[in-house]
Each structure stands twice: as C-alpha cells, then as structure tokens.
Design a protein around this ligand. Structure first.
Ligand code: GLA
Ligand code: ZN
Length: 683
C-alpha cells in the first residue's frame, strides 16, 4: 500500500454512513438489527457520535462512554470499522446555559439562544477548552482501538461569530498583517466617505448596522474567519493527535460553500472528505448537474492531489430541497461511482437509519421507518456495496490531469462584493462551471485549483473571471506561458489586487496585459435577453468552430497590442472589435475570451485547445451528449463510462476491455442504458 492510503488501519474502499445510535439507546433490538442489515448491505464503515455530546457528557465533567464502547466493538466484531467524530458541531444545553460565551453572536451583534447546530463562537476560550477535554477523553479511550480508522473532526464547519472576543482577535490579525493604520487605511481605501480609522479599536467586523461597503474590510473579515476556523480545527486535531498521532483526521467539507477558503483549511487535516447532495432529475439539462458535481469532486481531489472520501450522500431523496425527488433507477449506482471516478475511495451516506422525530425524520436513509431490507433503496445501496468490493483494485489510484480550471474562493468573495458591472447576476461559479463542463463533455480529466496553486503540472490552464489577482498569480501565469503552457483568460480579469484596489495604468493588471497582448478599455453589461454575436476570423471554421456564436451579459472592449483576433463582435457600436484573441508569448499561448458566450462556443473552442495542447481525452472516441469518461490510474488504467441522461446511448470502444462490475469483455459498439455506468480496464 502506498503512503497515500487514506485509512491505513483499514485500507479498503469504504461503504457506510452516519450512524446515530445515541438516538436509539433504549431500543437494543434495533441496534442488533442494524448490524445484521449493515452486513447485508455490504457496509464496512460507520461514522459515529457526530452529534452525541449530550450523551457522552450528560453533565459537566461526567462522561458516559460505555454505550459507545459497546457499539464500536459490536460493529468491529462484525467487520464494520468506525470513523469517530469529535462532537463540537453541536453542544449540550447545560454548557450554553452555564457559559453563554460559547454561543455565537450574529452580525447585528445579538447573541444567539441555544438551538440548532454549527453555531459556536470560534474564539471562546471556554468552548475551546471544553472541546479539548472531550476530544482528549475520546482519544484516550478509542485511539488505541483497532476499529477506529479516522477522526471526523466536528461537522461541516461554517459561519462566523461577531462577539467581542472575535472582534479582538480580528484586530490582532489586522495589526499583524498591516503593522500600521496608515497601511490599513490605504489598503482598504478608507478615505472614501471619511471612513479613515484613527485607532485600532474603531475596527469592527462588517455589519448591516454598520460597515458593509469597504471591500478590503469584507475580504479581510472572511480571511480572518477562515484562519480562526483553521485555528479552531488545529486545536481539535492537536487534542486527538497528542494521544495517538497515527490515526488520520478529516473534516467533512460542503458543496456550493464559499464561506471558508478550503485551500487554507485543508492543511489542518490529513484527508479531504466532503458531502455531496446533487439535485438529480431537476428540470432542464440533467448533464449540468452531473458536470457540476464532477467539478466539485475534482475540486476536492485537487485540494491535496490525492484520493478523497465521499463522506455523505443521500441514498434516496433529501428533505431540504424545494422538491424531494427520488432517484431514478440506475442513478444511485451512477451517482455513487461518479465520486469514485473522480478519486473518492468511499461511498458514505447520510444516514444509516431515519430518526423518528425532529427535522431530519423525512431525510432519505438506508433504512426507512419501515425498518426492513425489502426496499428499492436498500437494494440500490447493496448494489453499491457489492460494486465497491469489485473495485477494491483501484483503491489509492489517482486521477492525473493535464488540464486545470481555476475556481478561487477569495476571488468569488470579491466578485460578489463588487458593485458593477452586472449586479443583477455576475455568475462567477456558473461561468467557471461552463468552462469546466467543456472539458468534462470531452472526457478530459481536469483539476480544479485556485490562484495559489502550482501551474507547472498542466498543459492547459483555464482561468475564467480572475477579477482579483492573488499575490504572485500573474507571475506564475507568465512563467507558465513562457515555458510553453496554454493559458485562457476571460473578461473581468485582472481588475483588482488582493486588497481589492484597482490596478492603475491598464487592465488586466500585474503584467497580464503583456502576457495576453491586449488591454481592456471598458466592459459593456447587457440586460437579460439582449445579445451580441461573435464572428469568426478567417481559418476558424477549418478548426471545427462555427462562423458565429451568441454573446450575452458581458462584453469586454479590448485593444490588441500583440494578440491576434480569432473572433470579432458582430453587432452594436463595437462591431468588428476583437472578441476572442490569442497571443504567442515565449514558448506558449495566451488566449482571451472577451465576452460571455453561449456554451456551444466553449464546447467547440476547448475541443480545439485540448488537441492543440496535446491532451488526449480519457477515451479517444466521440462521446454522445450526456456521456463522459473519467479515469483513475493505479497499477492499471480504470475508465468510468457514465451516461447521465435518461435515454440509452451508444458509443464505439477503441479496443477490447474488461468491464469490472459484470466481468464482461467489451469491444466495438456498446449501448449504455439510461443512467448507466461501466468500469473498464483495457485488455
Ligand atoms: C449535512 C449534515 C448532516 C445532515 C445532512 C442532510 O450534510 O452534515 O448532518 O444534516 O446535511 O442532508
Ligand atoms: Zn465569538
């Protein structure tokens, strides 16, 4: 086993989920039945005690572990391993009553009452000490138990606290960063509206009752919240590692979540894991959902460039979406193995057994209130368990990508905060997805990285809307292109520096004008429903691109210095001006897409760029709409052919392959049923 193994004590593909027996302690027959059914469903791993603090420490300093001993050991006797949680995601009533400072203060400066979860102060010394104590007790009792394979630190960290303790810590962070108030006032441009700070104590976190319009302050507050969360995690991890450093740690990260910068947080834990809840079968093109979750899986894998764990997913329908739609036949296996195709070494669920009361009683689980195994969901889950056993051979194999798309959370914060150019919808995440999707449709493995990451492993780097340039990014782009890389930038890039100050002397700033061979003069924002077109310069049609594509929403008006126009605008007063350009720079090329174009443009354009950059798609064969191919590379190459549409799809295999789930030998024309997935190894 390589040193990459995520869970060295049990180096296997994991299958199981969140298990909350603390809600069922008065029903011993249910707990025994759970074990029988877990084995029947081919589960080998459960996440325990995530929200069990009140059961573990019913009174301050009084600990009750016997119930957990018995469950961990009973599971282990039956071949089921434990991912053990620290319980800081929700605290007991007694603690909030005795120490109100553990409760979070909202941006309007009100302290929350006890309730819900994920709502503690990030700074409170009392809370940190209570967490350290319970974590240490858990580690002392269980870190030597061979059943425990991973620490699940807390649950889905999120949110911010505006209490006085947090404000004081924020000011310390700023003093350390800026050293002088003059430097801070300049970086935040506070002479605007006479908001100049003359004393550190005047600095307050952003609030709807106070300051919200100083963008540099907003950015630094979010950075501070990330660092304070990282520090909180650090304390949690230290407590368990000081007892036994060998058990790895993880936190379960979230989809659509930009409250924290995971590129900072990732350093606090050994293993990346995340909770994926796709809205399958929602109206419109279903492949968009598939591409979106492919992108998130890739983002999670790219954090450490290692396999990751799918820590939560729903075996059926969730209960928090606007419409709780059931998965169509095939979708459970497809959705689960999509994660594996992108680098997951697990399929875990929320949750094993549905609770009887409170807000998640209708959230899909492996076991329904009915409590038996003769259900569609149970059969689907069992099918995934059996499939993972067959795929053990790809445990610890990785995805190797020659293309990367940049999705940067600090940039997301800044883009969302900026006033103009399109307050009715600037769509950063959607734009990144639209570019990513063009590679996904071709079956090209892609890393999803941020602006702080190394660009040298890639042949092609696509950087949509890099409005805020992180320190050092432009320099790395320059070197990347000089050394032969293909770089793609778009409209609304290189506008501000890392404290949200606009570049002077022309944009895209920080030297990118030279790399791209152009200057952006102004940007036109279009109303919904308004369009322009882009028209091909000579030679584009021979490359498989269309003569014309539709542009909408944002059209950047640029001047080329050394760049060559590939498309020009078709309409309006800027008809004839460059809309897509290429600049040869050093040994590489830098492209610029000036307008927000329909997806067909991305699809055709990136097909060409992939070829030009010398990247070979995972399956060198034409893929019908809705079908994509993922690849993991270990001792052999594993191809995942996935059909995300509710119709059959046919493709032609360029060789002979063994299909690992069925054992069939396949070659030539293969027809995939609706929501089908095949895992192939070349013969
Ligand atoms: C999150 C949480 C779980 C559960 C699920 C429901 O991912 O971590 O505890 O609430 O959502 O979808
Ligand atoms: Zn606080």
């Amino acid at each position: 086993m390589s040193n990459q193994a995520l869970t060295p004590r049990f180096p296997k593909m994991l299958h199981g989920g969140d298990y909350n027996p603390d809600q069922w302690l008065d029903c011993p027959e249910i707990l025994e039945e759970d074990i029988r059914l877990m084995k029947k469903a081919h589960c080998n791993c459960m996440s325990l005690a995530i929200f069990a603090w009140a059961t573990l420490e019913p009174e301050e300093g009084v600990y009750r572990f016997e119930w957990l001993d018995s469950i961990i050991n009973r599971l282990y006797e039956n071949g089921i391993y434990t991912i053990l949680a620290t319980p800081s995601g929700a605290r007991p009533q007694w603690m909030a009553q005795k120490y109100p400072e553990v409760l979070r203060v909202t941006q309007d400066r009100h302290r929350n009452l006890f309730g819900q979860r994920h709502n503690h102060c990030l700074t409170s010394p009392v809370y940190r000490e209570k967490v350290r104590q319970i974590n240490t007790k858990l580690a002392e009792r269980y870190a030597g138990n061979p059943a425990v394979i991973l620490w699940h630190i807390s649950n889905e960290y999120s949110g911010e606290c505006h209490c006085e303790l947090c404000q004081a810590a924020f000011r310390e962070y700023l003093k350390e960063k800026y050293k002088t108030l003059d430097a801070l006032n300049h970086a935040w441009w506070t002479h605007f509206w006479s908001h100049t700070y003359t004393d550190w104590s005047q600095i307050q976190s952003p609030s709807a009752r106070g300051e919200t319009l100083v963008h540099g302050l907003n950015l630094d507050w979010k950075r501070f919240t990330t660092l304070q969360t990282a520090d909180f995690i650090h304390n949690e991890v230290q407590a368990v590692k000081s007892v036994n450093p060998e058990i790895p740690t993880t936190i379960n990260m979230m989809m659509y979540f930009d409250g924290l910068d995971y590129h900072v947080i990732k350093n606090e834990v050994d293993v990346i894991s995340w909770d994926a809840y796709p809205l399958w079968h929602s109206p419109g093109d279903e492949t968009l959902v598939a591409a979106e979750f492919a992108m998130y899986h890739d983002l999670m894998r790219s954090l450490k460039h290692k396999p990751f764990l799918l820590m939560e997913s729903c075996p059926s329908a969730t209960n928090w979406q606007p419409v709780s739609k059931l998965k169509r036949p095939g979708m459970h296996l497809l959705s689960s193995l999509q994660a594996v195709a992108h680098g997951s070494d697990s399929v875990q669920y929320f949750q094993w057994r549905k609770g009887r009361g409170s807000s998640e009683k209708f959230h899909g689980s492996v076991l329904d209130h009915y409590g038996k195994s003769d259900t569609r969901v149970f059969r689907d889950v069992t099918q995934v368990g059996k499939a993972l056993e067959k795929l053990q051979c790809l445990y610890d194999s990785n995805v190797q990508a020659q293309a990367a798309v940049i999705f940067d959370v600090e940039n997301a914060w800044a883009v969302a905060d900026s006033q103009g150019p399109r307050n009715c919808g600037i769509k950063y995440r959607e734009t990144v997805l639209d570019h990513y999707r063009a590679l996904w449709e071709q079956g090209v493995s892609t890393d999803v990285i941020d602006m702080t990451c190394d660009l040298t492993p890639y042949r092609l780097v696509i950087a949509p809307m890099t409005y805020l340039l992180r320190d050092g990014f432009a320099k790395r782009v320059r070197e990347f292109v000089e050394n032969g890389g293909t770089f793609v930038s778009t409209y609304w890039s290189g506008i501000v520096n890392s404290t949200d100050l606009c570049y002077l002397g022309g944009m895209p700033g920080d030297g990118l004008m030279e790399v791209l061979g152009l200057r952006s003069e102004e940007i036109d924002s279009l109303y919904d429903g308004e369009h322009n077109t882009i028209q091909a310069a000579a030679g584009m049609a021979e490359n498989g691109l269309a003569q014309s594509y539709q542009a909408s929403e944002l059209c950047d008006l640029i001047h080329c210095s050394t760049a060559q126009p590939l498309y020009t605008y078709g309409e309006d007063f800027y008809a004839g001006r460059p809309a897509v350009t290429v600049n040869s720079f050093g040994a590489g090329k830098a492209y610029y897409i000036a307008s927000r174009n329909e997806h067909a443009f991305q699809r055709d354009f990136f097909e060409q760029l992939v070829k030009e950059a010398g990247i070979v798609p995972n399956l060198p064969a034409p893929l019908p709409h809705g079908v994509t191919v993922g690849r993991r590379i270990g001792d052999r190459e594993y191809l995942f052919i996935q059909n995300f549409v509710g119709e059959p799809r046919t493709l032609t295999l360029p060789g002979t392959y063994e299909e690992l789930l069925s054992g069939d030998i396949l070659s030539g024309e293969v027809t995939l049923t609706p929501y089908d997935i095949r895992v192939l190894v070349k013969q």
